[in-house]
Design a protein around this ligand. Structure first.
Ligand SMILES: *[C@@H]1O[C@H](CO)[C@@H](O)[C@H](O)[C@H]1NC(C)=O
Ligand SMILES: *[C@@H]1O[C@H](CO)[C@@H](O)[C@H](O)[C@H]1NC(C)=O
Ligand SMILES: *[C@@H]1O[C@H](CO)[C@@H](O)[C@H](O)[C@H]1NC(C)=O
Ligand SMILES: *[C@@H]1O[C@H](CO)[C@@H](O)[C@H](O)[C@H]1NC(C)=O
Ligand SMILES: *[C@@H]1O[C@H](CO)[C@@H](O)[C@H](O)[C@H]1NC(C)=O
Length: 493
């Protein structure tokens, strides 16, 4: 057999199934050989089998070498859940530069992105990361820790070829008094130069540094490609929800898929969102008073006086359920598709959800698909409930967020990573203008529908270039909504 053919076989064989098949063949061949020898068959047969064994052994050697080589040259991006033997080899630190403690801040998805950044930073600074602490003081008031949401052993093990992560300090480090730990928030949107030049010397001199914040600490752009790819590897491969969350989320997806295609609608119309944004569209006087009171009651919501109408016209308000219904209809979304509401409790649902339900009768949510007892373990943990919605939204046929936000952005990016699954990125500024024109009769339904479709024809989560706005990182496309360095090239094959 020619060398090239062997190589082709070997490369094809790296996929686990074929690989196992090859090994099996080898063993079977060996057995047959012994049987034949015992039977003292004719020597020509013997020669044939000896040749076959030699071939299998050669193949085996090449496969083993290629496997080893593969582990070295390719980032092991596609490690999947399986036996311990498939764990990547542990990274050996020539010198560990110190320890990094991280307090993540924000809601589930903001923390998720922050964790990915922190793992990446720890890896490139050659420091040991202690499993990040989750925010238990935020508005969402969820005391869940990392291990309650993410599979912590899988997280540690699947990254072990890149970075050492520990659940807690090694015993010999424990004597360090906690109050003496050097704490600081890293400067937002920094690039790697900042971490090498400013942070690393501090870790080296203090031994341990505690980052008090993790959100948006690493820039979107101007980051080396291998660093960007590691952010993706953490996000899309190392972070997995704990089995109870994943199993229940899978059950929701299974129920939905059995009934047909489904659209996940991240409908940001919970009371706190409306109060916080001050967007009163469609609310009566009494409701507006209630929402305004809530806004003034929370001291850390800085913006108090809000011009709802102006904010809406700027495209800075979450779409209302009514506006969302009109938009989805205008986009010709199938009336019979299941619409899964990936959100918390909608504000005044009887009144506000009526038009959406009329337009899309197959409106469902976790609470209508599952028994109450199935949700009980998660109900008091908003981050775990959000994790269920995240999982379902990744799996949906279409994802539509009604507002900007970390869940909207992270799901968008994750869906791009999974092969540019359709995500409709609403242009709220154009939409509210068109909706007002349609409602006051300036344009008819067909004009409205056509304009909405035109405005969104290139906003479906297809390959695109992430925008760069020097000096204004908040105005750029977020790295985790378009992790371009980890996707097929925009103009590629
Ligand atoms: C980290 O360790 C690698 C070798 O494993 C070395 O090449 C690199 O320069 C180190 N980086 C830092 C910032 O210490
Ligand atoms: C928040 O988390 C920290 C660290 O895990 C813990 O010490 C603290 O008791 C928690 N607070 C609440 C209110 O759960
Ligand atoms: C990193 O950021 C600093 C400060 O903002 C800037 O001066 C420098 O040019 C940046 N480096 C790279 C490689 O982008
Ligand atoms: C959730 O919390 C509420 C009030 O804090 C409590 O009454 C309820 O029993 C809790 N539910 C579960 C399932 O733990
Ligand atoms: C209809 O609404 C649009 C958008 O708000 C506005 O520009 C226009 O003047 C309105 N036309 C009428 C006839 O009210």
């Amino acid at each position: 057999m020619r060398y090239e053919t062997l190589i082709n076989l070997v490369i094809g064989g790296v996929k686990d199934e074929k690989f196992k098949g090859l090994i099996n063949d080898g063993i079977k061949g060996d057995h047959k050989l012994r049987f034949l020898m015992l039977a003292r068959r004719r020597s020509s047969f013997l020669k044939l089998w000896t040749l076959r064994v030699a071939f299998v052994m050669l193949l085996w050697t090449i496969v083993v070498q290629f496997k080893g080589l593969g582990d070295m040259v390719t980032p092991s991006m596609f490690k999947t859940r399986s036996s311990a033997s498939s764990l990547p080899p542990q990274r050996i630190y020539e010198n560990n530069n110190g320890y990094l403690i991280v307090s993540s801040n924000g809601g589930l998805n903001q923390m998720r992105a922050g964790i990915c950044d922190m793992v990446t930073i720890a890896r490139y600074l050659n420091v040991t990361l202690i499993v990040p602490e989750l925010d238990n003081t935020s508005f969402w008031n969820d005391h869940s820790q990392f291990k309650d949401i993410f599979d912590v052993d899988y997280f540690i093990n699947s990254m072990r070829d890149e970075v050492r992560i520990l659940k807690e300090f090694p015993p010999q480090q424990k004597k360090v008094e906690t109050e003496s730990i050097y704490s600081m928030p890293p400067i937002s949107w920094s690039n790697m130069t900042y971490y090498y030049d400013v942070i690393l010397p501090r870790i080296k001199s203090y031994g341990i540094v505690h980052f008090t914040k993790s959100d948006a600490r690493l820039a979107n752009n101007g980051i080396p490609e291998e660093v960007q790819r590691l952010r993706c590897r953490v996000n899309y491969h190392a972070l997995r929800f704990v089995p109870p969350i994943e199993q229940l989320a899978k059950k929701i997806v299974k129920i939905l898929k059995e009934r047909g295609p489904f659209l996940s609608l991240h409908l940001r119309y919970e009371m706190d969102m409306i109060a916080f944004t001050g967007c009163n569209e469609g609310c009566n006087k009494e409701e507006i008073d209630q929402l305004t009171k809530m806004r003034y009651a929370y001291p850390w919501w800085k913006e108090k006086e809000i011009d709802s109408e102006k904010k809406r016209k700027d495209g800075s308000c979450p779409l209302t359920p009514e506006e969302t219904a009109l938009t989805l209809r205008a986009l010709d979304i199938d009336r019979n598709i299941q619409v899964y509401i990936a959100a918390g409790d909608i504000y005044k649902p009887e009144k506000r959800m009526a038009s959406l339900r009329e337009a899309f009768p197959n409106l469902v949510k976790k609470e209508t698909l599952l028994e109450p007892s199935e949700l009980d373990p998660f109900r008091n943990h908003s981050n775990q409930m959000a994790a269920l919605d995240y999982y379902v939204s990744i799996e949906s046929d279409i994802f539509v967020p009604s507002y900007k936000g970390n869940m909207a952005k992270l799901v968008e990016g994750h869906r791009r990573y999974l092969g540019f699954k359709k995500t409709i990125l609403l242009n709220r500024k154009i939409l509210v203008k068109l909706i007002d024109q349609y409602k006051n009769g300036t344009i008819n339904w067909n004009q409205f529908s056509t304009s909405v479709k035109v405005a969104h024809s290139d906003r479906v989560g297809n390959p695109s270039t992430r925008s760069v706005v020097p000096g204004k990182p908040k105005e750029e496309d977020y790295f985790y909504s378009n992790p371009q360095e980890c996707l097929s090239p925009v103009d590629g094959p």
